[in-house]
Write a protein of this length. Structure first.
Length: 340
């Protein structure tokens, strides 16, 4: 979404049709906003299939240095845009819910199944027919920062649905579904680095061109951390499993985490220990055996849990309740070290 000179980078914006308007007025309000809000001005018209239902589209967007994100829930509409040869955007759209959507690029209309992921070249004219229930998310990146030429862009646009591409599933879709978290507008610079990393990794894979490891670091690190957060309670989780999950060598994986406060194996142990301390500090912890706590946290046995607790707190598990204040300080430090 474009920014006016008075807007600050990283501003989160929301749109909803105001209350108290007639159906015709509601559509006109949306058409006026939509035509100027998306980065390539669009002409919006009512779909011929529009049902006489309350018209309630909505949108949320975030604009930052060299990127923008937008999510739209749209009522039935037809849209078209004129060629804009001056645009430098690389746009990737995830049509999360798009029953019977038709998208026309280069003058050729084609159906777009729900869940599709496609590149769109906004320097060329195009159109869409969005039925009721349309829900789409977009990443827009300054393609000059990714060194994507006009010829490369033309190759990307010709690609069919990318939803099953492993990088799209691992990096792109999670990024599109998670960016609206609280405080994201204060993290615009970090978000820009992650998105450029995501797109550089994807484009390099699709065009079979080498991608600098430094460019991949932000996206890969974030994706691995999310995977660990969801999987630490699996006792089989180790560096080898993570390397296989992300199709990387152990050496490459260690390289991506070499500057982190916690290296990969240490992070897995820290996640398990954090959960173990939380359970041990609970008032009814006495009702849970040490063996049950160890198992629920992903430790292979009680002894490995005891060693981890001792390492991070300096105390034996049986001393936890006698020194609760000290343990809570250690637990907070552990939580802070695990912030992505």
């Amino acid at each position: 979404m474009p920014q006016s000179p008075t807007e600050k980078s990283g501003q989160l914006r929301r749109y909803a049709v105001p209350e108290g308007l007639s159906p015709e007025q509601r559509f006109e309000h949306w058409r006026t906003w939509y035509g100027s809000a998306v980065e390539t001005p669009m002409r919006l018209e009512k779909s011929k299939d529009a049902a006489p239902l309350p018209f309630s589209p909505s949108a949320i967007s975030l604009a930052g240095p060299g990127f923008s994100l937008i999510e739209m829930y749209n009522a039935p509409a037809l849209g078209s845009w004129a060629p804009n040869p001056d645009t430098r955007d690389l746009r990737l759209a995830y049509f999360r819910k798009a029953p019977a959507l038709t998208l026309a690029l280069n003058g050729v209309p084609e159906p777009v199944p729900p869940g599709s992921v496609r590149f769109i070249d906004t320097s060329l004219g195009g159109s869409f027919d969005a039925p009721e229930g349309f829900h789409a998310l977009q990443i827009n990146i300054d393609r000059s920062s990714l060194d994507v030429s006009d010829a490369a862009l033309a190759s990307l646009v010709r690609l069919p649905d990318l939803a099953k591409h492993p990088i799209v599933g691992t990096f792109v879709i999670p990024a599109l579904l998670s960016w609206k978290r609280p405080g994201i507008d204060r993290e615009a610079l970090g978000t820009a680095d992650i998105l450029r990393s995501v797109m550089a990794t994807l484009v390099g894979s699709l065009l079979e061109t080498p991608v600098d490891n430094e460019a991949q670091k932000p996206a890969l690190s974030r994706a691995v951390k999310k995977y660990l957060d969801a999987s630490y309670d699996n006792p089989d989780l180790d560096v080898a499993m993570v390397a296989e999950r992300f199709n990387l060598s152990r050496r490459s994986l260690f390289y991506f985490f070499e500057n982190e406060e916690l290296h990969l194996g240490e992070r897995i142990r820290a996640l398990r220990t954090r959960r173990a301390l939380e359970l041990l500090l609970q008032a009814d912890a006495q009702k849970i055996t040490f063996s049950e706590i160890a198992t629920s946290c992903g430790f292979t046995n009680v002894q490995s849990m005891r060693r981890a607790v001792k390492e991070f707190t300096g105390m034996n598990v049986r001393e936890i309740h006698r020194s609760e204040t000290v343990v809570r300080v250690a637990l907070q430090q552990l939580r802070e070290s695990l912030i992505p």
